[in-house]
Design a protein around this ligand. Structure first.
Ligand SMILES: [Zn+2]
Length: 314
């Protein structure tokens, strides 16, 4: 039996036919074309599902949808999605009526986390925290093989854990100061890189034409002191947040995704060292959390959503 995973984003709808082991058999995508009514977006999702179903050589067990915002899998409702501008839309029942298939809903970051745990970097682990270092810091927590969704499905927003509550800490989009994501996101790394470039105009960083999440790492590798300072400071910030999460959940694996995670061991080796010194009880711990890079890339979301459909409702 095969399953369909949907990754519904503000820009694109990505849909994949996935086997029971989490391997993608076929995939499709089309632009979300917002703003438009939720029903019109779902009609496109149903059409993409029909294309995949027509290609499949066996029956489809169900559809899983990763959706930005707060969703209630129990009732199939998208309660609130800022990105899509949807409120209280009964997406599950609507898609079931269009496709004849059972539908499960999950927050998009949680879908990606589940994909990495069931078929990616934390495969075979029973517990993991997955962090996406992008515009913000997104994430998902899996404990005993199950997503931690919390009351109303809104749990696991590690990006808004405050790690520095001083009046001069950078302001977060959520209204608080010093959230993990204003220190640990790719956006934060770029801000720090730009500030260091202005402070050290004669450095390699200072002579950079444009700034991305790679600029400081590249400068550091070339021996630039300003670049090395930025990388060190960024990794320290990241370590504080990761260590907090390890102290709370003590997962088997922490997986990092997003462009910054592509730095590989340049990021991971010093991060492990810093986290090790910060985690409560680590001096005596026999087993420690593995900190690794995620492996599924942008496909984590469709795979996680499809595997949620595979596992069915309880
Ligand atoms: Zn925040």
């Amino acid at each position: 039996m095969k399953f369909i995973g949907v990754d519904l984003g503000g820009t694109n709808i990505k849909v994949a036919l996935v086997d029971e082991k989490g391997q993608i058999v076929a995939e499709r995508s089309r632009p979300t074309l917002l703003p438009r009514p939720a029903e019109a977006v779902c009609d496109d999702i149903a059409a993409l599902c029909a294309e995949l179903t027509a290609d499949a050589d066996e029956s489809i067990g169900g559809i899983g949808v990763g959706c930005p915002g707060t969703v209630d899998d129990e009732t199939g409702m998208v309660l609130y999605s800022n990105n899509l501008d949807w409120n209280n839309f009964a997406m599950g029942p609507y898609l079931t009526q269009k496709t004849g298939l059972p539908v499960r809903l999950v927050n998009d970051a949680n879908a990606a986390a589940l994909g990495e745990v069931l078929a990616g970097c934390a495969k075979d682990a029973q517990s993991a925290v997955i962090l996406t270092l992008g515009t913000g810091v997104g994430g998902g927590v899996v404990l005993d093989g199950k997503l931690l969704v919390g009351y109303t499905g809104a749990a696991a927003e590690p990006g808004h854990m405050v790690i520095c509550d001083t009046p001069d800490a950078p302001l977060c989009t959520c209204g608080r100061r010093g959230c993990f994501e204003v220190y640990g996101s790719a956006t934060a790394l770029i801000r720090m890189t730009r500030e260091a470039a202005e402070a050290h105009p004669d450095s390699l960083l200072g002579r950079a034409q444009s700034f991305t999440g790679r600029t400081a790492f590249d400068a550091a590798r070339a021996g630039d002191a300003a670049g090395q300072q930025v990388v060190q400071a960024y990794i320290h910030n990241l370590a504080v947040g990761v260590a907090n999460l390890v102290s709370i959940f003590f997962p088997q694996v922490v997986g990092l995704s997003g462009g910054v995670a592509n730095e590989g061991e340049s990021l991971l080796a010093p991060l492990r060292k810093e986290v090790d010194a910060l985690v409560y009880g680590h001096a005596h711990a026999k087993k420690k959390t593995a900190i690794v890079a995620c492996t599924l890339g942008y496909r984590a979301g469709v795979i996680g959503a499809a595997l949620l459909a595979r596992d069915g409702k309880e």
